[in-house]
Write a protein that binds this ligand. Structure first.
Ligand SMILES: NC(=O)c1ccc[n+]([C@@H]2O[C@H](COP(=O)([O-])OP(=O)(O)OC[C@H]3O[C@@H](n4cnc5c(N)ncnc54)[C@H](O)[C@@H]3O)[C@@H](O)[C@H]2O)c1
Ligand SMILES: O=C(O)C[C@H](O)C(=O)O
Length: 343
């Protein structure tokens, strides 16, 4: 009898908790800022964030083109108020009060280029934007999309350290597109419903540093051979290049990236709002390997990273992939740190 009463009480409190979390009058105000909002990723990402009911204020910043994007987006009849900001003199206002800053500012690849070939231009852009974040919204969660992510995230960390605002719980390299691709390719090959699929992707965000863990994929598939897993791994690692080549000089992934960026920002917002058990992969400061930054499953909470989760058990093939990616990832991280320290 006492047990039944206790169960009823706990069901009621879980129900009340969910009601509190999801009833529209209790959703807290949240400001999301997109830096690079007029670009190939920035525009569809702005639209997807405009559709997110967790956002109350959407701030769109770019060096050009934001008045038009903001006016257009602002006519969509959803909760958030949209304001466009253009040029460096408006950057502070764009950032003030942000809960989340998403950064897709910078140049994309052309066929034949690696992500590291973008370093010379994008490192400087990221450094100056992060300097402004440290000044105007030091407590915001930062979602870094600009490539090469393996170096731009360490650059951001160094900029924040120099400014005295670094909180490792609040800096994220967005690797969600790798997860999105791994899910899609796995579902296609294993012939399982894509909406039921989950696949962790760890390491970094470039070539062999992208390591999908298909041995941990759900739902499990008994129909995939070792060669199928190798081919799926390679396709996930080369997913960005597949799009760059198909776009033939007109940039890299924008629509799938906007989807992935909006999905990850939504997970961050849920974490900030106290929704329990929000877990996504991201490239964060980490001690689960000897590398200082590493992508793995991360539990998101009210302060950003609540816990960096371990790798779980790996197949021999994945273990080999992990060892092979370490030198490249280490070099990219060190390159970012050196740039931020020297410049
Ligand atoms: N993390 C990922 O998975 C992933 C996926 C796709 C693309 N990317 C990267 O995202 C970046 C953007 O790609 P895109 O296709 O949107 O490029 P794009 O050229 O279409 O857009 C970039 C935008 O950044 C703006 N910009 C440049 N300097 C700026 C500054 N100082 N402040 C604010 N805005 C500035 C430009 O005006 C432009 O509107 C690239 O570096 C690309 O490699 C990352
Ligand atoms: O491949 C690129 O250059 C863009 C991005 O990193 C991607 O994975 O699509």
């Amino acid at each position: 009898m006492a047990t039944t009463m206790a169960m009823r009480r706990s069901t009621r409190s879980a129900y009340n908790y969910l009601r509190r979390c999801y009833s529209s009058e209790c959703v807290p105000d949240r400001k999301v800022t997109i830096l690079g909002a007029a670009g190939g990723i920035g525009q569809p990402l702005a639209l997807l964030m405009k559709l997110n009911p967790l956002v109350s204020s959407l701030s769109l910043y770019d060096i050009a083109g934001t008045p038009g994007v903001a006016a257009d987006c602002s006519h969509v009849n959803t909760r958030s108020q949209v304001v466009g900001y253009m040029g460096e003199e408006q950057l502070g206002k764009a950032l003030e009060g942000s809960d989340i800053v998403i950064i897709p500012a910078g140049v994309p690849r052309k066929p034949g280029m690696t992500r590291d070939d973008l370093f010379n231009i994008n490192a400087g852009i990221v450094k100056s934007l992060c300097t402004a974040i440290a000044k105007h919204c030091p407590n915001a969660l930062v979602n870094m999309i600009s490539n090469p992510v393996n170096s731009t995230v360490p650059i951001a960390a160094e900029v924040f350290k120099k400014a005295g605002t670094y909180d490792e719980k609040k800096l994220f390299g967005v690797t969600t597109l790798d997860v999105v691709r791994a899910k899609t390719f796995y579902a296609g090959k294993a012939k399982v419903p894509v909406q039921e699929v989950n696949v962790p992707v760890v390491g970094g965000h470039a070539g062999i540093t992208i390591l999908p863990l298909f041995s941990q994929a759900v739902p499990k598939s008994s129909s995939l051979s070792d060669n199928d897993i190798k081919a799926l791994t390679k396709r996930t690692q080369d997913g960005g290049t597949e799009v760059v080549e198909a776009k033939a000089g007109k940039g890299s992934a924008t629509l799938s990236m906007a989807y992935a960026g909006a999905f990850f920002a939504d997970a961050c917002l849920k974490g900030l709002n106290g929704v329990p058990d929000v877990v996504e992969c991201s490239f964060v400061q980490s001690n689960i390997t000897e590398l200082p930054f590493f992508a793995s499953k991360v539990k998101l909470g009210r302060n950003g990273v609540e816990e960096v989760l371990g790798l779980g058990s790996l197949s021999d093939f994945e273990q080999q992939g992990l060892e092979s990616l370490k030198p490249e990832l280490k070099a990219s991280v060190e390159k970012g740190i050196k740039f931020a320290k020297d410049s």
